[in-house]
Design a protein around this ligand. Sequence first.
Ligand code: UDP
Ligand code: MG
Length: 332
Amino acid sequence: MKTISIVIPVYNEAQMIQTSIPQILSVLDSALLNRGVESRYAIELIAVDDGSVDQTAAVLLNMQQQEPRLRFVRFTRNFGKEAAILAGLESAVGDAIVVIDGDLQHPPELIAPMVRLWESGIFVVHAVKAQRARESLAQKLFAKAFYAVFKTMSGLDLRGHSDFKLMDRKVVQTLLALPERQRFFRGLISWANFPCAQLPFEVADRPDGSDSKWNRWKLIRYAVDNITSFSSLPLKWVTYLGVFTLLFGIVIGSISLVQKIEGKAMDGFTTVNLLIIIMGGAILLSLGVIGHYLARLYDEVKGRPTYLIQEDMTIKNTTIGLEAKISDAKGE
Ligand code: UDP
Ligand code: MG
């Protein structure tokens, strides 16, 4: 029997997971398991607690006692959603692996059609936002700008993409084998370019009406990191900027020289001021861009792990969970 793994990154979601995890499981049970008499898939749920400071871990532990198919990994601190997804994928044993948010903004009803597409030979099923959730105009514009810049720089069109995806085991293994530490999964999956399909979905509001766990600065940093991890264009632009300022300097210099020779040197103060500002700006901007790439290199070279696990409640229960399910299915 094949196994489907569901990976759920959670950060301070003690309230939310009490409804979302049972709901995801019950939707899956009715959609995948009870189709006809025989059970077709074993299911494992891997919740990755991304260093929550609320009761999330306690709630998960409690749920795990009643639901052997649920396993969870707990980080020592908040390492970010990308790290949580990575840990989930590393621990998943399924033949197909689905990543889904723990806040029900990604409808679990979509998993069954995703699995059917996978059965027909598709390696990656992207759930694509047909409509963005309740977001401010600024958030919408920011997302639009990010995808536009990302597309120009990396050539990958990720518009509407979310982290809600189904991936074949092979795709996950390919991704996990990549040596980089800072990963942008959405980008990497598209970059890998396995046969894929898209399923549209409408992003629901968070059931409890609370806000996204991302604040504006975290999002901006995330966007800049993702762009620079997929493109070295900004570094090339530094060269163009250098060439441009050099040409500009040559023109201004020649004009000044000619005027000097003709004995009608212009009032130099403004020119010098402008030159200092333009040159200084160009140099500092270039240094900043180079510095950013250097920082990324430094981070990669240090080779620190992407996340640290405080508690791993996955290994112990894996087989129990699966065996229980398999024997259930056999009607033992
Ligand atoms: N999340 C996480 N680590 C973080 C931030 C968020 O694991 O540092 C989880 C969060 O618990 C949720 C999912 O990632 O299950 C999506 O987060 P959120 O709903 O805040 O983001 P949005 O829906 O705005 O993309
Ligand atoms: Mg959300």
